[in-house]
Design a protein around this ligand. Structure first.
Ligand SMILES: [Zn+2]
Length: 63
């Protein structure tokens, strides 16, 4: 796990997800038809530590 991520916005390089800002987001899916279809998914949004540009989304515990 040595993927380094470079921010396209400010050029900051982060060696791992640990060096990135994370923000928990909850995604709500809504389907127009049918009684069933509401779902929630909590994901981590990874942000550049410098400019806070969102660089990716990942589910917690799934790396
Ligand atoms: Zn940046």
């Amino acid at each position: 796990m040595a993927d380094s991520i470079e921010c396209p916005e400010c050029g900051a390089t982060m060696d791992s997800l640990d060096q990135m800002e994370t923000e928990e987001i909850t995604e709500i899916e809504e389907k127009p038809r049918g009684g069933i279809g509401y779902g929630q998914a909590t994901q981590d949004l990874y942000l550049c530590r410098k400019c806070r540009k969102p660089l990716g989304v990942g589910r917690r515990g799934n790396e």
